[in-house]
Design a binder for this molecule. Structure first.
Ligand SMILES: [Zn+2]
Length: 291
């Protein structure tokens, strides 16, 4: 099944709803980085939210970067998405193992720890937009909800979930965001709030209900939702030799050759996002600095 996000309007256009199935994306992230279960859940939830946020970018060249940095054993997580809905991400410590928490779930909060969430949006302006908020629960969904209220002044309901099966495969990874639009009535806000305090498992909803439309109806409390669009985010790294060239050039000629001398004649640059290794011999390095 492809990754997909469905965007809806509910309550006669007063509320925006987005629902994502990102099972494939989170499986790919797990395989690429050899993630442990708890890191799959933590990074997976962040990748799903980054995908949803990328849907709001207006131009293909726009880009969003999310960094979650806590004092837990994961260290930091970085995810990026662009206007083409290409999403990528990594965790600085991919193999964290922790006992399940007191309710028998993967202990994402402990793995992430206390810290902050940072969002950088490059939407083609002179300076990128930078938003920042502290982590409130370190379970990721609540942290994003808090970020939206405090940093972007958009109160919303957020749920994110990653289910891992007994055979350690990603069984389901999903998320949603419900955002009251500026002319939303207090009555509708109350309806949404009361529903969303009771629903705590988005993966459960996705498994139980027949399709995403039913999920959107349940979480918004409106049976007459209007489907606006369906889009297909991809887990894909956009690194290239050209981009890595810049990293070598930034080292400076002397330093680049020094590293090559110490490393059997090669400089190797590893892309954090996809683990691809780019290898430069001295001839290639020489050419870079001739330009
Ligand atoms: Zn890459």
């Amino acid at each position: 099944m492809e990754n997909r996000i469905r965007k809806y309007l509910a309550h006669n256009g007063m509320v925006s709803v987005m629902v994502m199935d990102g099972t494939k994306m989170v499986s790919e992230a797990r395989n690429t980085h050899n993630l442990s279960n708890v890191v799959t859940a933590a990074l997976g939830r962040t990748l799903i939210m980054t995908s949803i946020m990328s849907c709001k970018l207006k131009e293909k060249g726009n880009r969003i970067t999310v960094q979650i940095k806590g004092d837990g054993p994961i260290g930091s997580m970085v995810t990026c998405g662009d206007g083409n809905l290409k999403i990528k991400g990594y965790a600085s410590t991919p193999n964290v193992e922790l006992p399940l928490n007191s309710i028998g779930k993967l202990d994402v909060a402990k793995a992430v720890g206390k810290g902050y969430l940072n969002v950088i949006k490059d939407i083609g302006l002179k300076e990128p937009y930078i938003g920042y908020s502290n982590l409130v629960s370190s379970e990721i969904a609540e942290d994003f909800a808090y970020y939206f209220v405090t940093s972007e002044q958009t109160p919303c309901a957020v749920a994110l979930g990653v289910n891992i099966a007994k055979d350690n495969k990603v069984d389901m990874a999903a998320g949603y965001i419900i955002e009251p639009l500026p002319d939303c009535s207090d009555e509708v806000i109350t309806i949404i709030e009361s529903i969303n305090t009771n629903i705590f498992s988005v993966t459960g909803l996705m498994s139980d209900l027949a399709d995403m439309d039913d999920v959107a109806k349940t979480i918004s409390g409106d049976n007459h939702i209007e489907l606006l669009e369906e889009v297909y985010p991809q887990y894909e790294c956009d690194c290239s030799l050209e981009r890595i060239d810049k990293t070598i050039i930034a080292l400076g000629k002397e330093e680049a050759f020094k590293i090559a001398d110490e490393n059997q004649g090669f400089v190797e640059i590893n892309c954090n996002f996809c683990n691809k290794t780019y290898q430069y011999n001295k001839e290639m390095i020489g050419k870079l600095f001739q330009k």
